[in-house]
Design a protein around this ligand. Structure first.
Ligand code: NDP
Length: 426
């Protein structure tokens, strides 16, 4: 029965198609007319640059305000997205297949030789449809790559808010729900606050627009990143205070590394002399930043993102693996992407990249820094362990009335024992 209900729910209704059309229509209009900083994109191989209107935050806030009014006036239900989840998922999936086929056909027809619109065709339909044919296809003046990623990130937040409304209605909005919602909301707001940083990311500068990106942006981001929210609708988790504090720490550290690294690279691309952590940056070959987070690991930003992803799942506890889908997927994706980016950079920067790799050998996880950070805690832990062991021995010696064998004062042999215990353990 349940399977039948799921299959029935997967057939898009006209209302779900209408909702999706209104949403994308709103974003297209808001993206074109609302004010926003115009940010120049990366320099393309033909010497041209695209310009991006970064008004995602304004579009989001206006949309939330309009939805609030609609909910207040009872024109729309706050729970509509959560109620129509499966239908919306299938409508969006069908839409992304359709759009990617249109992009493929339009790309094949293009006669442009510009970096943005030149078709890159291998002749293998699956490959070309999957990875895309053009770098920056446009429709009615909209940069579609920038548009779809915006729609996906905003969609994730809207799904979450609708799930939160459902939690409130069911009286299940406890600490774990609030933490999950809070972290994701901060992440999405931060994304739009710093939307201009997107213009120097791999997706925007290097990836062509095909099914992989369209599906990833429109379907995968909103519907799978919110799995924890769907899961918390059906499962109650009682977090202890310690678990909640630890969860907040993972979020804060992850955020600091993620945002710090992405910001440093972005600032560096705009002004290669801008100070990093208050000092002039270390630059390799005039092109690669090797200080700040980029001097610790070559993709510290991925590490930050992975910690953030983990922090979105921890509110669900550890009773099920389902809420850990997002961090697991992200780990696989970012390891794969790091390999692809590495190949691209090594081809693009050649010996400069080799020099960078020599200077910064760590890819994502800077083991050396972790060991350095780890050492004092490790030493102190084992020092304490050694001390407690030696205290125990001291009291045993005292009780037995023993004296020290080589005539050294008793306390110093115990100090030596402490030292030995500690060094052996380290
Ligand atoms: P990056 O932002 O790390 O961009 C990689 C590019 O940056 C390289 O191709 C190169 O491009 C440039 N670059 C690399 N090293 C240096 C350096 N030392 N100095 C100067 N420029 C350098 O990667 P992504 O675009 O993949 O990721 C951006 C963010 O998005 C990350 O934080 C990532 O975690 C996140 N992300 C999240 C996903 C999710 O599903 N949640 C999916 C994918 C990414 P150039 O040729 O311009 O120099």
């Amino acid at each position: 029965m349940e399977v039948e209900a799921i299959l029935a729910g997967l057939i898009p209704s006209w209302s779900s198609v209408g909702l999706l059309s209104c949403y994308l229509g709103y974003l297209a209009v808001a993206g074109s007319v609302l004010p926003g900083k115009i940010v120049p994109g990366a320099l393309l191989s033909d010497g041209s640059r695209l310009h991006y209107r970064c008004n995602g935050l304004a579009s989001l806030l206006l949309l939330v305000a309009l939805l609030e009014i609609g909910i207040y006036m009872k024109l729309i239900s706050a729970m509509v997205i959560a109620d129509k989840g499966l239908e919306l998922l299938s409508a969006t999936f069908i839409f992304s297949v359709f759009v990617s086929l249109v992009l493929y056909a339009a790309g094949l027809k293009s006669r442009s030789q510009s970096s943005s619109f030149k078709p890159h065709v291998t002749g293998d339909f699956i490959h070309d449809w999957w990875f895309g044919v053009q770098l920056n296809p446009h429709f009615l003046g909209l940069d579609l790559k920038f548009f779809f990623v915006r729609a996906g990130m905003m969609g994730w937040l809207l799904i979450n808010l609708s799930l939160l409304a459902k939690n409130y209605e069911a009286g299940t909005a406890n600490l774990s729900v609030i933490l999950y919602q809070l972290f994701c909301t901060l992440y999405v707001l931060d994304y739009f606050f710093y939307e201009e940083f997107m213009t120097s990311t791999w997706d925007i500068i290097a990836e062509k627009l095909g099914f992989m990106l369209v599906f990833g942006d429109l379907v995968f981001i909103p519907f799978t990143f919110s799995i924890q929210g769907w899961w918390l609708l059906k499962n109650k988790v009682e977090l202890t205070k310690v678990a909640a504090v630890a969860n907040c720490l993972v979020f804060l550290v992850g955020y600091r590394v993620f945002r710090g690294a992405n910001r440093q690279k972005h600032v560096f691309k705009k002004d290669p002399k801008a100070p990093i952590w208050g000092k002039p940056p270390k630059v390799i070959g005039g092109k690669l930043l090797a200080s700040g987070y980029w001097g610790i690991a070559r993709h510290c930003n991925y590490l930050g993102d992975l910690l953030l992803a983990l922090s979105f799942s921890l509110p669900c506890g550890i009773s099920s693996a389902i809420p850990y889908f997002y961090p697991t997927y992200l780990l696989i994706l970012l390891i794969w992407r790091e390999r692809r980016d590495e190949a691209r950079c090594s081809q693009k920067y050649k010996e400069i990249w080799a020099e960078y790799c020599q200077l910064v050998p760590w890819r994502i996880l800077p083991y050396n820094v972790l060991l350095k950070l780890h050492s004092p805690a490790y030493v102190s832990f084992h020092w304490k362990l050694g001390q407690s062991q030696s205290k125990m021995l001291k009291s045993q010696h005292a009780n037995n009335g023993e004296v020290n064998t080589n005539g050294a004062p008793f306390d110093s042999s115990i100090d030596l024992l402490e030292y030995k215990t500690m060094t052996r353990l380290i």
